[in-house]
Ligand binder design. Structure first.
Ligand code: GLV
Length: 371
């Protein structure tokens, strides 16, 4: 390769770093497990790097793009979500940024499903009972019972890639499904799932007829036993359909007191303070969360209140944290592989150098030819 590209990675992403080095890239990796201070990212960008590998912990905005003026050619994010990158700023500075869609779709949906089960069947509380040596007897209903997931009604809020994968998992558990998405609907997929459901009934695999349909947000929330969130975080002004605090007092109060909330999308989609109150005052039965308004979850978060511990499962932004999903160097399997491929596409001018044709570039609109 004629030119040696210089890269700064704000985090180690495993063997994919070697993939770049083998291609002759000069790659510096921030080796601490925590996110680097913004000052350091600015310093590296100012030093003239060609590419920046980022995680969802790094705020990437005008200040960064200004520092990289004339040298920074690409920001490659190892995540599907990119709310930490200011898209308008990237567009103003005409810097393409990439993400890693698809490769984490199944892992994330699977985790959402599993934490829903852990919550409803009280698996954490039940394990504690055993471990803490408080399992004193087998009894038909003491000290507590859980709720079954099979055959229940779930509201799928957001029917993008991960929402659709969640639907696929829920279909296997014969759940009725109420889907809502204000921005993107996939009626073909929903129709295909209904066909699968009908076949399961026709062949006697399931004894109940079950359904899937798009409904209004209110209908979805009001009739569901489980509500699972799969929308991107869009703040006011970023979209005509913002999702910031979509789960708030008004929407939580629409849910049944026996219903459970599951969030594997982005923390700020849920008004956490209100959710903690909702759990404490029994507006809803429980919540399983993998993402938070502030990460890591602060020590004084009301979600840590021991009074709601049996009804509130808390995970450390872990849904995509499966070995192959996170680290495979294969761009068709791993986030790390896909992240590096996105970076290579831009720097090496794949797709004839046409950014709008590069599959992992997010802000294609900034590069479309004015016609
Ligand atoms: C993980 O949260 C991601 O957005 O990839």
């Amino acid at each position: 390769m004629s030119k040696k590209f210089r890269i700064f990675a704000t985090s180690d992403i495993g063997e994919s770093i070697d993939v770049l080095r083998k291609r002759g890239y000069e790659v510096e990796v921030y080796d601490w497990p925590q996110a680097p201070p913004k000052k350091l990212i600015l310093e590296k960008v100012k030093s003239g790097i060609d590419g920046l590998i980022t995680t969802l912990r790094d705020p990437i905005d005008a200040e960064i793009f200004e520092a990289g003026k004339g040298s920074l050619k690409v920001v490659a994010q190892i995540a599907v979500g990119f709310d930490n990158i200011n898209r308008a700023d990237a567009n103003r500075y005409k810097v393409p940024f990439t993400h890693t869609p698809d490769v984490l779709t199944e892992a994330t949906a699977e985790f959402a499903f599993l934490m829903m089960g852990a919550l409803a069947r009280k698996m954490w509380t039940a394990e504690h009972l055993t471990r803490d040596n408080k399992w004193g007897y087998w009894h038909p209903y003491l000290p507590f019972l859980g709720d079954e997931v099979t055959g229940k009604t779930i509201a799928i809020i957001g029917t993008g890639r991960i929402g659709l994968a969640m639907i696929k998992k829920c279909a296997g558990f014969d759940m009725d499904m109420l889907c809502y998405d204000s921005a993107y609907q996939n009626h073909e997929y929903i129709k295909a799932i209904q066909e699968v459901k009908d076949l399961r009934y026709a062949r006697g695999i399931t004894r109940q007829k079950t359904f899937i349909k798009y409904v209004s947000l209110e209908e979805a929330l009001k009739d569901a036993d489980f509500v699972s969130i799969h929308v991107p975080l869009l703040r006011e002004g970023e979209s005509s359909t913002p999702t910031y605090h979509l789960v708030n007092e008004r929407t939580l109060r629409m849910m049944k007191p026996t219903a459970f909330l599951v969030n594997s999308s982005r923390g700020p989609v849920v008004d956490e303070k209100t959710l903690a109150r909702a759990l404490k005052e029994n507006w809803i039965a429980g919540a399983a969360l993998d993402v938070y308004e502030k990460e890591p979850l602060p020590a004084d978060s009301p979600l840590r209140d021991p009074a709601i511990a049996d009804r509130c499962r808390l995970y450390p932004h872990f849904a995509s944290a499966a070995r192959i999903t996170r680290l495979s160097t294969d761009p068709n399997k791993g986030m790390a592989g896909r992240c590096v491929q996105g970076l290579i596409d831009v720097l090496e001018g794949n797709y004839g150098g046409d950014v709008t044709r590069m599959p992992y570039v997010v802000n294609k609109e900034a590069f479309a030819q004015a016609s």
